[in-house]
Design a protein around this ligand. Structure first.
Ligand SMILES: Nc1ncnc2c1ncn2[C@@H]1O[C@H](COP(=O)(O)OP(=O)(O)OP(=O)(O)O)[C@@H](O)[C@H]1O
Ligand SMILES: [Mg+2]
Length: 342
């Protein structure tokens, strides 16, 4: 800005040097929020007018014309930068909404199934209990009939717990598309989706990919869902007022024995060490807008693939979430082992 001001004030050429303030505004637009950007625009306008007053070179008429051109350029650039920032915010909101929606749909699907399947035995239990009360209230009490209703209640109870067991195994076996895939590439796809959010919060992304990592054997979409959940949490953990700067996100892949391990580490506030297990409980959240489901669902998905997920506090501040997945060649050798004759 100083350079533009000096050139505008002392240049002997009758050109609208002040239009270069728009370059300053464009460069600053990716770092500044709305209000500071408006202040920057106001400063550029003030400096342009000040230059006009100070300038001793050239004709007053040309100076005035150049000033008008420059002011128009400054105003147009600021308007466009604000529009772009608003569009980016909208896109980001839509992306976060999409990530959350996928989770809510999983939950809604499960809830509807359970409610639908359980309503029948529950209705039977209630009506049998009422019938039992009526048989016992008769004079003399109809003990044999009452015993029959008790048996019906037992049967319906057994049916209900059978349904719960089935729903559970259904959700555990909900890994229909397990196949070998590259964990590094799948994670990079998610990071690419979150690029706008990372840029918005000025989060430095540090990645360390194990390039020799063999393919993992899992459901790629579900694994990407887990990565999105952990990524969202990490971004949210670094948003607080007292966030440590610069915000830094480490994503590391590695092979550990027969598994591939992905770890996502932030430098937010971390969590109380005693809560390491509590974090994974359903509906446990410390966020005003949180559902408390992200980690619970992530654990369910990872365990359904034969992996494990854990949370750790980082000594220098922040949290690290790691999950493991079985390697594809492990699965093949396991299958081959079972296929051996005898
Ligand atoms: N990276 C992290 N750093 C510190 N605390 C975390 C981190 N990730 C999760 N937590 C804590 O664990 C809680 C549960 O996380 P979880 O993802 O299950 O739910 P949520 O993020 O609160 O809501 P949502 O269901 O919308 O994801 C969070 O509310 C937060 O307190
Ligand atoms: Mg979450």
């Amino acid at each position: 800005m100083g350079g533009v001001f000096l050139a505008d004030t002392f240049s002997a050429y009758e050109v609208a040097v002040a239009v270069f303030y728009s370059v300053v505004i464009l460069a600053a637009a990716s770092y500044l929020q709305r209000t500071p950007l408006l202040w920057l625009c106001a400063s550029c306008v003030a400096l342009t007018l000040f230059s006009l007053l100070l300038s001793t070179q050239g004709s007053w008429r040309t100076g005035l014309l150049n000033t008008l051109i420059s002011l128009t350029a400054i105003a147009a650039t600021t308007w466009l930068a604000l529009k772009r920032a608003a569009a980016e915010m909208d896109a980001q909101r839509a992306q976060t909404h999409l990530l959350r929606l996928a989770r809510i749909q999983t939950l809604e699907g499960l809830t509807t199934t359970i409610a639908h399947e359980l309503s029948q035995p529950l209705t039977a239990i209630v009506s049998s209990a009422e019938a039992g009360q009526r048989w016992l209230a008769q004079q003399p009490p109809q003990h044999a009939r009452a015993r029959e209703t008790l048996q019906r209640i037992l049967d319906a109870g057994g049916q209900a717990s059978g349904i719960l067991g089935r729903v559970r195994s259904l959700s555990q076996a909900a890994a229909p598309a397990r196949q070998p895939f590259d964990l590094n590439a799948a994670t990079q796809e998610v990071l690419h989706l979150a690029a706008a959010q990372l840029a918005h919060w000025h989060i430095q992304l540090v990645t360390h990919w194990d390039t020799d990592l063999p393919p993992v054997f899992a459901d790629k979409i579900q694994v990407q869902q887990v990565v999105s959940n952990l990524l969202l949490n990490a971004i949210e953990a670094m948003q607080g007022e007292g966030a440590r700067l610069p915000r830094c996100l480490h994503v590391v892949s590695a092979q550990q024995g027969d598994s591939a391990v992905l770890s996502i580490q932030d430098n937010g506030a971390g969590f109380a060490p005693a809560l390491a297990e509590q974090l994974f409980a359903a509906f446990w959240t410390t966020k005003a807008q949180g559902l408390g489901l992200g980690l619970g669902i992530s654990r369910m998905l990872v365990e359904a693939q034969g992996g494990q997920i854990s949370a750790h506090n980082v000594p220098e501040g922040g949290a690290r979430f790691c999950f493991s997945l079985p390697l594809a060649h492990q699965k093949e050798s396991h299958d081959a082992g079972h296929g051996l004759p005898g």
